[in-house]
Design a protein around this ligand. Structure first.
Ligand SMILES: Nc1ncnc2c1ncn2[C@@H]1O[C@H](COP(=O)(O)OP(=O)(O)OP(=O)(O)O)[C@@H](O)[C@H]1O
Ligand SMILES: [Mg+2]
Length: 251
């Protein structure tokens, strides 16, 4: 099956078209408020990815952080929308937090089969994909029911095959993988081996320097693209600030 042909069509049988029923969550700033300050900061991340010196844009990206609730899912989702809004980039947003799926609360679909069921062999990719109201953005949820052995599933050969299948070698296709927190699980480290680039989120006045440092140290250094300092203040207009990760600063 050519998965991307399927995604391009988006209306073929098998794609979960009717899944999204409600108004998308307000935290999807790129969708609801594309001209806000926050959306502008997200767009800067996108621009950075597309204009990395001496590098073609990494297409298999992972968003992670040290602790729970730092904004990984919000950042991954907004970045996915931002890239999909580009002229010709298709994005598959893959939720790999198998323990605590939450993407459905942002995009308003019911808990749905996804990565876990595919890896367990009880579902195929096409039947799990969720079509979103954003053109060229498709979601692969984590799981309808959290599996008992998430790390083992993610570590399996099937997982690397799945990522390869999803990524196929085209230059205008992006995979954005949302993960669980590094301090709570080994999962992000497992997924890190499969991706081309990693974005590490920290939350303003929440993430301790020691936690952040630990997160950076546990990831492959050459894959870390940058950090996002999230929720910089509580003013709705200034929720994000992006700064390029300066490697030498922290060591
Ligand atoms: N920039 C922001 N402004 C306001 N609220 C935010 C912002 N980023 C995240 N939040 C809120 O903070 C909470 C945690 O965000 P999110 O679910 O994205 O974090 P997470 O790192 O993915 O958490 P988990 O580790 O549980 O997966 C959510 O309620 C989300 O709506
Ligand atoms: Mg999350």
């Amino acid at each position: 099956m050519d998965l991307w042909k399927l995604l391009e069509k988006q209306d073929i049988e098998g794609l979960n078209e009717a899944a999204i029923t409600g108004r998308l969550d307000d935290h999807l700033y790129m969708y609801h408020m594309p001209y806000s300050y926050t959306a502008e900061q997200i767009r800067k991340i996108r621009t950075y990815l597309f204009h990395m010196p001496d590098k073609t844009p990494p297409r298999i990206l992972m968003v992670t952080s040290a602790l729970p609730s730092e904004g990984k899912t919000v950042i991954a989702s907004n970045l996915a929308i931002s890239i999909a809004k580009g002229e010709d980039q298709h994005v598959l947003l893959v939720e790999c937090d198998l323990r605590k799926p939450s993407m459905y609360t942002l995009f308003k679909y019911p808990p749905s089969k996804g990565v876990a069921e595919i890896l367990q062999g009880t579902a195929n990719v096409a039947e799990c994909l969720i079509k979103t109201p954003i053109d060229k953005l498709t979601i692969l949820p984590a799981a309808k029911e959290s599996p008992a052995n998430p790390s083992e599933l993610l570590e399996s050969k099937k997982m690397s095959q799945l990522i390869q299948e999803l990524a196929q070698r085209y230059t205008d296709r992006f995979l954005i993988i949302d993960t669980s927190p590094i301090q709570a699980t080994v999962d992000p480290k497992i997924i890190a081996d499969q991706v081309e680039g990693i974005i590490v989120v920290a939350r303003y006045r929440y993430t301790r320097e020691s936690d952040f440092r630990m997160a950076l140290e546990s990831l492959p250094r050459n894959k870390i693209l940058g950090t996002v300092l999230n929720a910089v203040d509580e003013l709705p207009a200034k929720k994000y600030k992006y700064k390029k990760y300066n490697y030498h600063k922290y060591y």
